[in-house]
Design a protein around this ligand. Structure first.
Ligand code: C2E
Ligand code: CA
Ligand code: CA
Length: 557
């Protein structure tokens, strides 16, 4: 091929098109090539093509260059070229050997893929990034942890994986709004980044959950001191929208290689350790150990037994009297679930939480509603007349689409009047999803069942807001009652609740009354109803009947 023909060939190409000799020097270049790389054609003709390729891509280029000479042609992935004085362009190359006037030379075509490359880079960054905080996300941290494990295999160092979950974040989000919640997460992200070394990886993997990977640690002690530092920074007050928020976090730590050799195991064990930190009272860190692993197995085994227990009828309802404060006459009962497993009583707080997590609460809660309604009807039929009976409803259960239907069915099948069934709901349930909650209330209100707010005083609800719900009573949480004789703070709270309840036309049931002194205080302040061990614990139905028949408990209806 003549030199003239080669230059025509080069000019015909829409992208970069240069001819290089065996030493790699550019011997001819199209006018368009000058445009693509923003150099004059003269300067191009003074360079080796490899000099225009930026550092890390030169090896790739040279490999393709040699391959082309060997095989007659080669092509490359996008390579980064310097463009003009400061810019860069991404070119995908095709190299073809030509015979020009007896001597071999190489023609290199380059297609400018800069825009495409930037786009895909941006996209892959997006995929790995948490848009709210700009930190990496779960995908990114898993990939980074995997890489860190590969790098550490040949070294004698440790990696720590820290999983953090903010304590009580949901309450803040629910009560102060999502905008403040979002801003809080951004501020926390900044603090976390500031608390670790530059090459540590901080990511947000879910609502208020963060994962930090600390590579290159020489001892476990270093991981512990980072965890302590994080606890301290998070605890510093955060000024936000006129509030001084005080946050804390629970941290679970798992170390490579001692607590797991794979990314998945490390994440799983750090998570188990984090739950342990929560159980131990929050605002703390916990390092994984095999005992935690065993406890987790225990929870899994328990979950399995729970399925079987429902089938085997291991669950029971006990009933605790609700009484007039002045006379101690029983006017109603609260049903409380009991589970005897392997001859041991499993605390309701424990199995209810588990059932909420594994979804069995719908089944269990439905069973409780039915059983309680049937019991009330059965007591009616033997002349043991109670005003009403309450059933505890967990927030998860309340918001389940099938819930109202479960309630109708329980009431209809038992034949009791709907207003004699009172559902106990905590304040938390009201603020979890207010719109949906109100819709469920409306539906059930039309049907006629009533509601009580359980554990009142522990949440954030505004008393006046409660007006729109079909409530019969507020149940003052046991924690206020238990110290009402000693704590002037609790006295003030209880008195205030009593006053406001009167204003709203609601009755108050004080929970957990254990002593005469507590009862006197409550009666004096005008509390009409009480519940507690002073009068009676929760009893199996036949024991309750016996106590009433024997006069140990007086009926007040
Ligand atoms: P809760 O609804 O606040 O129930 C009152 C708890 O206080 C019961 O604990 C009761 O036995 C206990 N209690 C009553 N009087 C006294 C007292 O004078 N002193 C003391 N120290 N304790 C008293 P229990 O039965 O262990 O239930 C714990 C929690 O489990 C309940 O708190 C409720 O949130 C949940 N729960 C129980 N049964 C059910 C159920 O059927 N469904 C749902 N969703 N939750 C339930
Ligand atoms: Ca209750
Ligand atoms: Ca309660």
């Amino acid at each position: 091929m003549s030199t003239f023909a080669v230059s025509a060939l080069l000019e015909a190409s829409a992208g970069l098109a240069v001819q290089v000799n065996e030493q790699g020097h550019i011997v001819a270049a199209s006018l368009k090539s000058a445009d693509v790389l923003e150099y004059s054609r003269d300067s191009l003709l003074q360079c080796r093509l490899a000099d225009l390729v930026t550092g890390q891509d030169q090896d790739h280029f040279l490999r393709a260059f040699h391959l082309a000479w060997e095989h007659g042609s080669a092509s490359t992935q996008p390579l980064q070229f310097s463009k003009g004085l400061t810019g860069s362009a991404w070119l995908e190359l095709r190299l073809v050997v030509l015979n020009t006037e007896g001597a071999a030379s190489l023609v290199v075509y380059g297609q400018d893929v800069t825009a495409w490359k930037q786009n895909t880079d941006e996209l892959s960054r997006e995929i790995l990034r948490d848009p709210l905080t700009g930190l990496g996300n779960r995908l990114m941290v898993r990939e980074e942890l995997q890489l860190a494990i590969e790098r550490t295999q040949s070294q004698n160092t440790h990696i720590a994986v820290a999983i953090l979950d903010l304590d009580g974040f949901k309450k803040i989000n629910d009560s102060l709004g999502h905008d403040i919640g979002d801003e809080l997460l951004r501020q926390i992200s900044k603090r976390l980044k500031a608390a670790v070394r530059e090459h540590d990886i901080v990511s947000r993997v879910g609502g208020d959950e963060f994962v930090i990977v600390l590579p290159n640690l020489s001892t476990e002690k270093e991981a512990r001191s980072v965890a302590t530092r994080i606890l301290t920074t998070i605890q510093q007050p955060i000024p936000l929208a006129g509030h001084q928020l005080q946050m804390s976090t629970s941290i679970g730590l798992a170390l490579y290689p001692q607590h797991g050799s794979s990314e998945a195991d490390l994440m799983k064990n750090a998570d188990a350790a984090m739950y342990r930190a929560k159980e131990q009272g929050k605002n703390a860190y916990c390092v994984y150990n095999s005992e935690i692993g065993i406890q987790k197995e225990h929870a899994l085994a328990m979950e399995l037994s729970m399925f079987q227990a429902i089938r085997n009828g291991e669950f029971d309802l006990h009933y605790q009297p609700i009484c007039r404060a002045m006379t101690r006459e029983v006017i109603a009962v609260e049903s409380l679930m009991r589970w005897t497993h392997d001859e041991q009583d499993v605390p309701p707080a424990e199995f209810i939480r588990l059932a909420e997590e594994n979804g069995l609460i719908h089944l269990l809660g439905g069973w409780a509603l039915r059983t309680a309604a049937m019991q009330l009807s059965q007591w009616d039929s033997v002349g043991l007349r109670l005003d009403y009976l309450t059933v505890n409803v967990s927030p998860v259960q309340f918001l389940h689409p099938g819930f109202p239907a479960t309630v109708y069915k329980a009431v209809q099948d038992s034949g009791i009047e709907p207003h004699r069934l009172v559902l106990e709901i905590t304040e938390g349930a009201l603020i979890r999803d207010p719109k949906k909650t109100e819709a469920v209330f409306e539906e059930l209100k039309a049907f006629g069942v009533k509601f009580a707010i359980d554990d009142f005083g522990t949440g954030y609800s505004n008393l006046r807001n409660l007006k729109r719900f079909p409530l019969t009573s507020l149940k003052v949480d046991r924690s206020f009652v238990s110290e009402v004789c000693e704590s002037s703070n609790d006295q003030a709270i209880v008195s205030l609740i009593l006053l406001l309840a009167k204003e709203l036309g609601l009755t108050i049931v004080a929970e957990g009354v254990e002593t005469e002194a507590q009862l006197s205080f409550l009666v004096e302040r005008g509390c009409t109803y009480i519940q507690g061990w002073l009068v009676s614990r929760a009893l199996p139905p036949h024991v309750l009947e016996e106590r009433i028949h024997s006069g140990k408990l007086k009926l007040g209806s």
